[in-house]
Design a protein around this ligand. Structure first.
Ligand SMILES: [Zn+2]
Length: 171
């Protein structure tokens, strides 16, 4: 069963409005049954720069930015949404993180290498992403589950421990 079939079943079961923005967005996404380890391909249009593209109320935006704002929360002004997986077409919110443009250019490749498989320690972007999700009001247990980080490490980051401390505790 495709991810989109699952999504439509979910919509019917929970009586979610077909006009819900997440449902509309997911019509154009191959979620692989919501497998967070896989890249979710954007099946809508693009603009030739490798990024998916869509129109929200007359405004053009990239598909991965839209995904981040729908699933993870607001994107701070002036910030880029970067891909941990280095796949511009991917809109899996678990593969997206907020960074500055220079971080996006310089570090996406190295981040991509840490995106899959077993993580033994946290990368700076993971700590930043945990902070952003905490600030967006995402429950700690959900962050722990979705980002494959221990609950205690999330707590440590929430208490404002430094990246270095969080990294040490995650080892
Ligand atoms: Zn991806």
């Amino acid at each position: 069963m495709s991810g989109n079939q699952k999504a439509s079943d979910y919509v019917q079961k929970h009586k979610i409005s077909a006009r819900n923005p997440i449902i509309i967005f997911l019509r154009n996404v191959e979620t692989h049954g919501f497998d967070h380890t896989k890249c979710w391909a954007w099946k809508g249009g693009g603009k030739g720069n490798g990024y998916g593209n869509l129109n929200i109320k007359g405004k053009n935006t990239t598909a991965h930015r839209r995904s981040y704002s729908l699933f993870c929360g607001d994107i701070p002004a002036g910030m880029d949404v970067c891909h941990a997986c280095d796949n511009r077409w991917c809109v899996n919110p678990e593969h997206l993180f907020v960074g500055t443009r220079s971080e996006n250019m310089a570090d996406c490749k190295s981040k991509g290498r840490t995106a899959g498989g077993n993580r033994r320690h946290l990368t700076a972007w993971q700590v930043q992403e945990v902070m952003r999700r905490l600030n967006a009001g995402v429950p700690r247990s959900l962050i722990a589950e979705k980002m494959d980080i221990s609950y205690s490490t999330i707590g440590s980051i929430a208490r404002g421990n430094s990246y270095a401390t969080a990294q040490k505790e995650a080892r």
